[in-house]
Design a protein around this ligand. Structure first.
Ligand SMILES: Cc1cc2nc3c(=O)[nH]c(=O)nc-3n(C[C@H](O)[C@H](O)[C@H](O)COP(=O)(O)OP(=O)(O)OC[C@H]3O[C@@H](n4cnc5c(N)ncnc54)[C@H](O)[C@@H]3O)c2cc1C
Length: 186
């Protein structure tokens, strides 16, 4: 009876393949985590359960989206919080070397799911890069780091009788980098 034992090897092969895949993924995350800690120090690199749940989503929530969007969102494999351009460059060098996708997260108020790490990878949170400097009423310019919150820019400019316009709903959370990226400032 040559057919009697046929289904058994298929199941065994599946189990082994899955274990190899899961263990390979853990090794990869460990490797990326270590490389990023060399760049940023251990306090600004988060992996697995230490990544807060809010980084699984932006404002594109399942109830307002297409059915394929997971209710639990998509967790990045690693979250980093750089503070200098040199640290950002270091993170990107690691990502390039290890061929890991990178997603930048500002305030997470974007409506297109663009700040969600659907492929895992490294998420760069810009919230620690938040300085606003050199407001000039003369040429109506200012310098800001990408994670500066729009409300802070609004208040600083308002004091100098300048209007920094944006949708008021997202202003307390959204960032300069996110606003430029989505062209939400018009
Ligand atoms: C008039 C108007 C139009 C808008 N149009 C859109 C729209 O077309 N699409 C949309 O999604 N939202 C839109 N919005 C919402 C808008 O995205 C948010 O209000 C806000 O500006 C996004 O900022 P955030 O910091 O929350 O960005 P997030 O939601 O964190 O990110 C939004 C996008 O910007 C990228 N990003 C964030 N920071 C950086 C950075 N420093 N460098 C490079 N990329 C970065 C993210 O990866 C993501 O792709 C609009 C709002 C207004 C008022």
């Amino acid at each position: 009876m040559p057919f009697a034992a046929a289904p058994q090897p298929i199941e065994t092969t599946f189990t082994v393949a899955r274990e190899v895949k899961v263990s390979g993924m853990f090794q990869m995350v460990n490797r990326v985590e270590k490389a990023l800690r060399d760049v940023l120090g251990k306090d600004q690199v988060f992996a697995r359960d230490t990544i807060p749940a809010r980084y699984r989503f932006d404002a594109l929530r399942p109830y307002r989206a297409y059915p394929g969007l997971r209710r639990r969102g998509y967790a990045p494999k690693i979250l980093v919080r750089p503070v200098t351009p040199q640290e950002v460059a270091g993170v990107l060098r690691v990502a390039r070397r290890l061929r890991i996708p990178v997603v930048t997260y500002g305030g997470g108020t974007g409506l297109m799911g663009a700040a969600i790490a659907v492929d895992g990878g490294i998420m760069v949170d810009t919230s620690r890069m938040n300085r606003i400097e050199n407001v000039s009423t003369e040429d109506m310019m200012f310098n800001a780091e990408p994670g500066a919150v729009l409300e802070d820019a609004f208040l600083q400019l308002d004091r100098q009788q300048l209007l920094f316009a944006h949708d008021p709903w997202t202003r307390p959370i959204a960032t300069i980098g996110g606003a430029i990226s989505t062209n939400s400032l018009g």
